[in-house]
Design a protein around this ligand. Structure first.
Ligand code: PGA
Length: 246
């Protein structure tokens, strides 16, 4: 039985005051039987780590460098994330693939760097609307995952995978539970061919998960929780989603 995981992706939102209010709201609403994490902007990691002391909510970041250390201005290494207490780091989010031109190989290298420091990468894959309409969904997500499998080899079983159809992110359009499940099943089959641990691996769904659609999505056989953007910024909404994953 896989323990469900719900991850809030705050993206580039927040302030010290707003974060404090959100985190104290979460404290009032929890704990949940699902595993819960928040991926916060880099400048707030240390303060969030402190605020989460004694709580079951885990800390995560939204990106990391593929490099170990050195002259990489503006980059943040996975060793630094580990140092700050991060349990998770999102890599390959479609916003980074699109706006920062991150390739499948770079995403795989980032996942490898994270694992090397004991930070679990949440690797995002997903197709654009044009790719879906062209019937390329499977090809695209399999290509994105294949790069990670190829790079991590026997460590692939250590990642969390997130299926996030690009057309559903921040748009209010959600993949139907059946649409999501069918892609998750494809991804699980691909993982199965690569590792004996595939049945224990968590595959999250992300893309306009809201309090009113979370339970149906999480009820699907291969959906093991969610990666939540907009709805993670309101403690009450996020709490309902976490409860739906119980
Ligand atoms: P959304 O974002 O829930 O606002 O659609 C999800 C994500 O990008 O991880």
């Amino acid at each position: 039985m896989r323990k469900k995981l719900v991850v809030g992706n705050w993206k580039m939102h927040g302030s010290r005051a707003a974060n404090a209010a959100l985190l104290s709201g979460l404290k009032e609403q929890g704990p949940w039987s699902a595993e819960v994490a928040v991926c916060v902007p880099f400048p707030y990691l240390a303060e969030t780590a402190l605020a989460l002391t004694g709580q079951a909510v885990l800390l995560g970041a939204q990106d990391c460098s593929a490099f170990e250390q050195g002259a990489y201005t503006g980059e943040v290494s996975s060793a630094m994330l580990a140092d700050l207490g991060c349990r998770y780091v999102i890599v390959g989010h479609s916003e980074r693939r699109a706006y920062h031109h991150e390739s499948d190989q770079l995403v795989a290298d980032k996942a490898k760097a994270a694992l090397a420091h004991g930070v679990t990468p949440i690797v995002c894959v997903g197709e654009t609307l044009a790719e879906r309409e062209a019937g390329q969904t499977e090809t695209v997500v399999k290509r994105q995952l294949a790069a990670v499998i190829h790079t991590l080899t026997h460590c692939i079983g250590e990642i969390v995978l997130a299926y996030e159809p690009v057309w559903a992110i921040g748009t209010g359009l959600t993949a139907s539970p059946e649409q999501a499940q069918s892609v998750h099943a494809v991804l699980r089959t691909q993982l199965h061919a690569a590792t004996q641990k595939s049945d224990a691996m968590r595959i999250l769904y992300g893309g306009s998960v809201k309090p009113d659609n979370a339970a149906q999505l999480f009820a699907q056989a291969d959906i093991d929780g969610g990666l939540i953007g907009g709805a993670a910024l309101k403690a009450a909404d996020f709490a309902v989603i976490c409860r739906a994953a119980n």
